[in-house]
Design a binder for this molecule. Structure first.
Ligand SMILES: [Zn+2]
Length: 604
């Protein structure tokens, strides 16, 4: 690396993928691909044309076979994508992931008949089968699959869409990943990655932040033509899919896959956009505390000038903090999270061509989840680690209890354990801190993290809404038109508390979620507000809440989210529930204002 970075101890924290294969050259990969192809052919020969006639017992047999097939293909796919994420410019990994993507598409085409035939079963026969207790844990998969029925096409059309997505949607998303990973930002005479310069927006020195903002803007403007084109192509691709399938709006397919009714999502968006004053209140306070005349985009993440704003956490510190906080909540949480560290299920260092950001990959039940972070020793990194380990615990519990069909929760509840894990770590740090000034700093940071999850994601959803709607009615959109939609939706969130400059106009262009999973972002807000409500329940009920919550996590995707959450007394259909989550956030900002007046009476 060009710049001198303090070592964190995360430099050598590299995951061990040998549960899958020894390396990209492992001959077992090709052998597995060949034998899996044969297994899929056998499966198709056995069940094609018969799915609608299967009784409950043979249906369970078929689903058990499918489970094995998905697990085996998931092992190959997980290995390829995990490898690729650590070195996106490695041509061998690139070729391998492309090969696996094409191979996976071939398998999917051969297996498509199963879900299609099941959905062609008439409603009465399907209802009879679903009522049979023999189905056991496989029932919800079949029941849930039926919701796509009105939007499904003929088998040949479905096959074509899968086949063409390899060189269409998937190819463009991969190109975007490679393009943005290869961007080198000119910063103080050095060539740095986007991730490295984005970190500087959290620097205490305003001049550092201003230069980082300028450098990133210049790097993104330099790629504006390519990025604008990719955004337009993928929006048009989505519009044509949606039209062919008959989805009423750009967000409908996402809501359906989230198992979230349109009205629930609309209520969430309405509740959050109506509470933008909470954002403005916090940033007005922040301006006073920073002692500047006006806040602009590069002040959003400025640390408040307090003790410990610059604290540095080694990898060992982070591990200790996270495991202690998890242990206090539930020994089971700590036990599972502990395995990620002791058995090398984490990839932690920042490396030149490594993907930015962080994620957890659940992989498959016959293996275990993996966590991917870019650890630099900031308190933010500790919270991110807790977040991803929360996902890891969720995936671990659900895979164990439900198998492959029930382990992938919809996006709305996917953030439940991760956000809860972050909250546990935050409260643990707060309780240990005797100094009110340091507590104020932590509280402000927690508030900004929650804003990033709730308000920023909803503001980004407003951007997506404007962008997709405009692309559908206006045709191909110029960079500046997309910039207009971005500025308008983001400024609305800050009201008059932060003045976004013209430089910010291009900052929509590097955000991967918009392309890889359109409509995804509101799920973060959903999840965080849900966790605020759950956390209140934990406070009220104490230890008796813990096993119930673990049950909810282990339930994975085995039922509709509202049914699963009913187990802890949350009513997702009650619209007022969103406002309760927001009230909890508003009270955090009130605490912050009060603490600030105590610590710095001279500033008010
Ligand atoms: Zn997450």
């Amino acid at each position: 690396m060009v710049e001198a970075v303090r070592t964190t101890g995360a430099e050598n924290v590299i995951w061990d993928l040998s549960v899958f294969y020894s390396s990209v050259d492992d001959p077992a990969i090709q052998r597995d691909m060949d034998s899996l192809s044969a297994q899929v052919d056998d499966f198709a020969a056995k069940y094609r044309g018969r799915v609608a006639q299967l009784d409950a017992e043979t249906m369970v047999d078929a689903l058990k076979e499918l489970e094995v097939i998905y697990d085996r293909s998931g092992r190959i796919g997980s290995f390829a994508s995990l490898l690729f994420s650590t070195d996106t410019n490695n041509p061998q990994y690139g070729a391998f992931i492309q090969k696996v993507t094409e191979y996976g598409a071939q398998l999917n085409q051969k297996l498509l008949f199963f879900d299609l035939e099941w959905n062609q079963t008439d409603d009465e026969a399907a209802a009879n089968l679903l009522a049979d207790p023999t189905l056991g844990q496989y029932r919800h998969y079949l029941e849930a699959e039926r919701r796509y029925k009105p939007f499904q096409l003929s088998e040949i059309e479905e096959q074509l869409l899968v086949e063409k997505s390899v060189t269409g949607r998937s190819a463009w998303v991969r190109f975007f990943t490679q393009l943005t990973s290869a961007i080198r930002v000119d910063y103080d005479g050095e060539k740095l990655t986007l991730t490295q310069v984005l970190t500087r927006l959290h620097d205490a020195d305003r001049e550092v932040r201003r230069r980082a903002n300028e450098a990133i803007t210049a790097a993104l403007r330099d790629k504006a033509m390519e990025l604008t084109y990719i955004f337009n192509v993928l929006a048009a691709d989505k519009a044509s899919d949606d039209k062919r399938r008959g989805y009423p709006s750009w967000i409908s397919s996402r809501n359906l896959s989230n198992k979230a009714p349109d009205q629930v999502v609309e209520a969430l968006i309405k509740a959050v956009t109506s509470a933008y004053d909470i954002v403005a209140r916090h940033y007005r306070l922040k301006r006073v505390l920073l002692g500047v005349d006006e806040l602009t985009e590069y002040d959003r993440y400025a640390p408040l000038p307090m003790k410990e704003a610059d604290s540095f956490y080694t990898w060992e510190d982070a591990r200790g903090i996270v495991l202690t906080a998890f242990e206090a909540f539930s020994p089971r949480f700590a036990e599972i999270a502990g395995r990620f560290f002791s058995e090398n299920w984490i990839h932690a260092p920042v490396l030149p061509n490594k993907r930015g950001g962080a994620f957890c990959s659940g992989t498959v039940p016959s293996a275990h989840p993996y966590v991917f972070v870019n650890y630099e020793g900031k308190s933010n990194d500790v919270m991110t680690l807790a977040h991803e380990l929360g996902h890891g615990i969720h995936a671990y519990l659900a895979a164990e209890a439900q198998g492959i069909f029930g382990m992938h929760t919809p996006l709305t509840t996917a953030e439940m354990a991760s956000t809860f894990g972050e909250m546990l770590v935050f409260n643990n740090l707060m309780n240990r801190e005797p100094d009110p000034e340091a507590r104020l700093g932590m509280l402000a940071k927690k508030i900004e993290d929650s804003f990033a999850t709730i308000f920023r994601q909803v503001a980004m959803n407003r951007f997506e809404d404007g962008f997709h709607t405009a692309r559908r009615s206006e045709g191909e959109l110029p960079t500046d038109r997309i910039g207009d939609i971005w500025m308008q939706t983001q400024q609305a969130m800050f009201q008059d508390s932060v003045n976004l400059s013209e430089k910010y106009r291009i900052w929509w262009s590097y955000i991967p979620h918009f392309l890889a999973t359109p409509g995804y972002v509101y799920a973060y807000a959903f999840g965080e507000l849900l966790v605020m409500a759950l956390f209140n329940l934990y406070r009220e009920r104490g230890a008796s809440f813990v096993p119930q919550f673990i049950d909810v996590l282990a339930a994975g995707d085995s039922d509709w989210p509202e049914q699963i959450l009913a187990k802890v007394g949350v009513d997702l259909t009650d619209l007022n529930f969103w406002n309760e989550g927001l009230a909890a956030l508003r009270s955090l900002v009130e605490q912050e204002e009060q603490l600030a007046r105590e610590v710095y009476p001279e500033k008010f």
